[in-house]
Design a protein around this ligand. Sequence first.
Ligand code: SF4
Length: 451
Amino acid sequence: MKELIEKYNTPVPRYTSYPTVPNWKPDTFQKESYLNRLTDGFAQANADGISVYVHLPFCESLCTYCGCNTRITINHKVEEPYANAVVKEWALIQNRFTDTPRIREIHLGGGTPTFFSPPNLKMLVEGLLEGADIPADASFSFEAHPSNTTQEHLDVLRSLGFDRISLGIQDFDLKVQKAINRRQTVEDVDRVMRGARKAGYRSVNFDLVYGLPFQTMEGVRDAVEKVIELKPDRIAFYSYAHVPWMHPGQRAYSEADLPGPQLKLTLFTMGRQMLLDAGYEAIGFDHFALKSDSLYKAYADGTMHRNFMGFSDLRTDYLIGLGVSSISDIRNGFAQNIKAVEPYIEKVNNGILPLFKGHLHTEEDSFIRDQILNLTCRHHTSWKDETPARKDYMRNCLPHLSECVNDGLAVIGDDEVSVTEKGRVFVRHICAAFDADMHQAEVRQRYAQGV
Ligand code: SF4
């Protein structure tokens, strides 16, 4: 496995969307056309329920490794006007709907959602839920910072229907925490986890990162051991992407402080094996879940979905993004909000949807997107019943898969492809074979390494 990981440590997208954001065609994006598609497809998408993502960008201090769209401030007066603007944006979008929205999924991400006080979060969530239908299988989640999440946060959000939390751990090693300017103890994490269980949350996720400055085998082994002891239901074990020209905070340390490619790979393979040995099931390339968790169940029964929020156990056709920089996905179109807080609030207060770029799918984009979704979520795709032109497209892509087939990662059948057990870690490379934009060599250079 280590040799394969080394071989396939090449740049490939994460495929939370297709086309991927750098390959959107902004020149062909027209806001009104996007909004017409939003309205036209709503009734069908709403029958199964929709997802809502809210970006809450504020953090009290900058974690130097961070790649998110954040606003660093200790001034909590920013909470109320921002939360009010999000509720207003939701009202503007609802004006485009033809029926009462059925909200099946809400995720509060950031930034630090727990920067907001519990009363302000309550006001925000109640604003989203007002007049909406909530189906029985709805599932709401939020990103909780271990050092500032209080029992009141947990209780208030639980009372509003939240049943999953995600805790950013990254690493417990003090030297690493100092370099990334993110201090949190095992005790903080334990306190929030216990509080969440007591309040009735059914699933806890941890985010871990490998490839951070000063990480060592001993440090990562120790962090994963502590994580296994705490026993979250899900774990995302992400690769750190070093792009200081995009995220200047990463200049707080130098490249020489980062583990080299060999060590980085070893950190991943060691951590992965430890999680598998501890009873976690691998899902996709960097997620792990206990068999009792709903994400594993969705993965096992073939209903798992993937969108801008990552893997999800609920399949919805509409993901409405609210707040600065958030992206909406309506299956045949993407649209992203502007990134700066004040212009966002101003536009929304003036009744203008704050979109600044997007992509309108052609039918071919949608077809390729479905193939990629099948591969990432179900490890199999078939184009047997497609038009001759689509069959030709897929067949013409097959030569790009030859290395993966030779290495036993994928099997080509009669107008179908399956990902083998061994190939699951490399599914992004298998998807890339069918990605029209990836067939140009220079496009590959835009992405962070595959592992
Ligand atoms: S890692 Fe999270 S808490 Fe840290 S700056 Fe980024 S968004 Fe804020």
